[in-house]
Design a binder for this molecule. Structure first.
Ligand SMILES: C[S@@+](CC[C@H](N)C(=O)[O-])C[C@H]1O[C@@H](n2cnc3c(N)ncnc32)[C@H](O)[C@@H]1O
Length: 356
């Protein structure tokens, strides 16, 4: 068998393995919750065999695109296998140990159960919650250490595959600056969390300057460990609010933002988009990735509705009805395109060269 086919087989095997592991974990943990805390069981709708089949086809299509874009050289194939495996293996038992406290929060509808030592004045009110019933919200090292694995399990091993869909439009957008020295190109990842998107961008365009911003110190610490190894360019990580980006106007050539908007109230959503527009240089590119919405993916309505019924996602219901294209236009963006990949929609937009 040629080497190329072996790598593809390894990729498919890995994805199938992650998918099975995610399904088994979710099946077992839900059964356990039903046994121990039946009152914590939310009123979700059953997923029909037809819907299940559509979801499977959608994952297969997503992984096909992922493989094809690696083959086209948009990112190294090694990126398809990238994960802190040893760390994940070590953390997996902690996910089980953490589950009962999430069930208790779900049962008691306790959604503002965050560490007491937090200086609340440093955060917007909407942030001080247990999104997804997460222990400590985003505000502890414990939460940051479990987050990546929890998201991979939630999406049956496709979280990184969906994040990678920002690479192609980002590289296309940055082509406008091909006449400049790569090291002078600056790309900011807004709400970077534990840094998974930055890792992907770093491997796809290693020579550019990367920056990340997030409100959580703990998540940034985790990102720093993951991104800033001894060798290679340092990624600058900054604690700050995406509604007030600490960057000069017109100072960046690219901005990315992955899985943030659905966790923001409407006003904050618009503020973040306005800020992403402001900091971009005219001609710069903005790539936004977030959940699919009712208008673009009506066939997955049940999945979207079950999501906010099962997890504490206070703004998701509003988000899936929101018109993001109009919001991008309102901020000043042009050339807006959008495409869905399984559970994620990717918007690409530019700040026109005439903007000042
Ligand atoms: C669902 S996570 C997504 C993280 C990361 N982009 C990813 O792909 O995994 C949402 C992130 O947004 C951050 N966040 C939420 N509101 C924010 C705000 N107003 N400004 C900056 N970061 C924010 C949280 O701390 C968290 O790391």
């Amino acid at each position: 068998m040629p080497k190329k086919d072996l790598t593809q087989l390894a990729y498919q095997t890995l994805q199938n393995g992650k998918s099975i592991a995610g399904l088994v974990h979710k099946g077992l943990s839900t059964k356990l919750m039903e046994m121990i805390f039946p009152e914590a069981n939310p009123d979700t709708q059953p997923v029909s065999p037809e819907l299940l089949n559509k979801l499977r086809l959608s994952i297969a299509e997503l992984e096909k695109v992922d493989w094809q874009e690696a083959e086209q050289g948009l990112y190294p194939k090694a990126q398809l296998f990238e994960a802190p495996w040893a760390q994940w293996a070590k953390n997996y038992p902690n996910i089980w140990l953490d589950l009962p406290s999430t069930w208790i929060r779900r049962r008691t509808r306790s959604v503002q159960d965050i560490p007491l030592n937090i200086d609340r004045d440093n955060y917007p009110d909407y942030y001080l919650q247990n999104f997804h019933h997460q222990t400590d919200g985003y505000l502890s090292n414990h939460s940051a250490s479990l987050y990546d694995l929890q998201v991979e399990i939630l999406f049956n091993g496709t979280a990184d595959v969906m994040r990678r869909r920002i690479i192609a439009p980002l590289k296309r957008g940055l082509n406008k600056f091909n006449d400049r020295k790569p090291s002078s190109i600056r790309v900011l990842d807004v709400a970077t969390g534990t840094g998974r998107t930055l890792k992907q961008v770093k491997s796809a365009v290693p020579e550019i300057e990367l920056l990340g911003i997030d409100l959580s110190n703990s998540y940034l610490k985790q990102a720093n460990k993951y991104l800033n190894t001894k060798n290679g360019e340092h990624v600058q990580l900054i604690r700050g609010n995406a509604e007030e980006l600490p960057f000069s106007s017109n100072s960046l050539q690219g901005v990315t933002c992955v899985f943030l908007l659905h966790e923001l109230p409407q006003m904050a959503r618009q503020n973040v988009l306005n800020e992403c527009f402001r900091v971009l240089e005219p001609g710069g590119v903005f790539i936004l990735a977030d959940s699919i919405q009712l208008a673009d993916s009506p066939e997955f309505t049940t999945v979207m509705e079950n999501f906010y019924k099962f997890f504490h996602e206070p703004y998701y219901r509003n988000y899936i009805n929101d018109d993001i294209k109009t919001r991008l236009n309102t901020s000043g963006f042009e050339g807006i395109t959008a495409q869905s990949h399984f559970m994620t929609r990717i918007w690409s937009a530019t700040k026109s060269s005439e903007s000042c």
